[in-house]
Design a protein around this ligand. Structure first.
Ligand code: FAD
Ligand code: DHB
Length: 391
């Protein structure tokens, strides 16, 4: 088999890239290790930046998003039990974010892939990259016990943090930067109305909490928890009690309790591998970088990477220019590092760090109080939260 771009991984990065290339007439094949039900079923991101919303519409995938997505003009921060609102739209000249789950995004991408001839091969086992620093790279895998091979001009590594693409870059070439946080997020989904029409990010003595949602009837809540904690120790009752404590009286009074149907713990990590290119391999999304979830940047960064990569690939295949490919890594990393900074800062501002002391806590409280009272600080938060422009 032969194609122009072999895309490893059928998550948001891989599928958005495949759709973008399809529209410009560049040939691509996506190789995904799991099946569609698994990829679509993963409960992950929930907040889309304007960049992601715009791309859905540009790809004519935005019909359900327009009908069901919840546009948020503002977000809330609770500190020391008191709530204040960041009016993102007013502070940024009209920018907003949209609540629409990653699962819905994946459903829209997969549904349209079938009808538009975007090729996705599921259940591709033991995917391996070959000759990435030659002009004739290729990919091999096994499907239904049969060895397969795909010859290509370029490989796009969109296979997430634990994929094989980043590992194909020689150790001496790839520089990595990492921060592992000493806590995780315990996340719950429940079919109960959200406690607020916007999100609430909450800094509390007992740890961070986040009130989010997926729809007017489905709530998504998170609690900071220890890395050694077990899901079995978190009954629904314990979760709701702890959530209400951390949210403070005002928001807690509006929490509707109900049975959870999803509960999981995710670790928090900042990670960047650079450069995002080696020879004919180009990394995008979680394959190249991870942010802690505070601020909801992960999926949106995967999207901005592949918008830039698709532009570079179109330039190469349609105009014969390598300039875009040569500039891809530096261009993408400039935006990635700013989102890394924001996610790291917002995590530091809102979480309890077991190794920090009373002074650090006072600094957090002072900074939150400063943000509450300063338009300049709120503009900084808002413009990062809604997403920095693609340049
Ligand atoms: P992924 O979504 O990881 O997709 C990679 C794909 O590659 C997967 O489908 C995988 O099966 C496939 N793959 C892996 N290895 C191979 C291989 N060897 N061969 C072929 N295919 C392979 N972001 C937010 O903004 N908000 C959140 O609340 C949030 N919560 C998260 C919770 C968890 C538990 C995790 C892990 C992430 C969360 N994120 C969140 C981050 C966000 O989901 C990711 O940033 C986003 O999914 C990145 O998309 P991606 O396509 O780069 O990678
Ligand atoms: C969600 C996750 C986030 O990390 C965040 O900052 C906001 C919302 C969510 O899953 O809804």
């Amino acid at each position: 088999m032969r194609t122009q771009v072999a895309i490893i991984g059928g998550g948001p990065a891989g599928l958005f890239l495949a759709h973008l290339l399809r529209r410009t007439g560049v040939d691509a094949v996506v190789l995904e290790r799991r099946d569609r039900v698994y990829v679509e079923g993963r409960v992950r991101a929930g907040v889309l930046e304007q960049v992601t919303v715009d791309l859905m519409h540009r790809l004519e995938l935005g019909e359900r998003l327009r009908a069901e997505g919840l546009v948020h003009n503002g977000t809330n921060i609770a500190a020391e039990g008191q709530l204040f609102r960041i009016d993102m739209a007013e502070l940024t000249g009209g920018s907003t974010v949209t609540v629409y789950g990653q699962q819905e995004v994946m459903k829209d991408l997969f549904d349209a892939a079938e009808s538009r001839g975007v090729r996705v091969i599921f259940d591709a086992e033991d995917v391996a990259l070959h000759d990435i620093d030659s002009a004739k790279p290729y990919v091999t895998w096994r499907k239904d016990g049969v060895e397969q091979r795909l010859d290509c001009d370029v490989i796009a590594g969109c296979d997430g943090f634990h994929g094989v693409s980043r590992a194909a870059i020689p150790a001496g070439v790839l520089k990595t930067f990492e921060r592992v946080y000493p806590f995780g997020w315990l996340g719950v989904l429940a079919d109960v109305p959200p406690c607020d029409h916007e999100l609430i990010y909450c800094n509390h003595e007992r740890g961070f909490a986040l009130a989010s949602m997926r729809s007017p009837t489905r709530s998504r809540y998170y609690l900071q928890c220890g890395l050694d904690e077990k899901i079995e120790d978190w009954s629904d009752d314990r979760f709701w009690d702890e959530l209400c404590l951390r949210l403070g009286e005002e928001a807690a009074a509006r929490v509707t309790r109900g049975p959870s149907f999803e509960k999981s713990i995710a670790p928090l990590r900042s990670f960047v591998g650079e450069p995002m290119r080696h020879g004919r391999l180009f990394l995008a999304g979680d394959a190249a970088h991870i942010v802690p979830p505070t601020g909801a940047k992960g999926m949106n960064l995967a999207v901005s990477d592949v918008v830039m990569l698709a532009e570079a690939l179109s330039e190469y295949f349609l105009d014969g220019s390598e300039a875009g490919l040569d500039g891809y890594s530096a261009r993408a990393l400039a935006r990635v590092w700013k989102a890394e900074r924001f996610s790291w800062w917002f995590t530091g501002l809102t979480h309890r760090f077991p190794d920090r002391d009373g002074f650090d806590r006072k600094m957090q409280v002072a900074e939150l109080d400063y943000i509450r009272g300063s338009r300049a600080a709120q503009v900084t938060l808002a413009e990062n939260y809604v997403g920095l422009p693609l340049v």
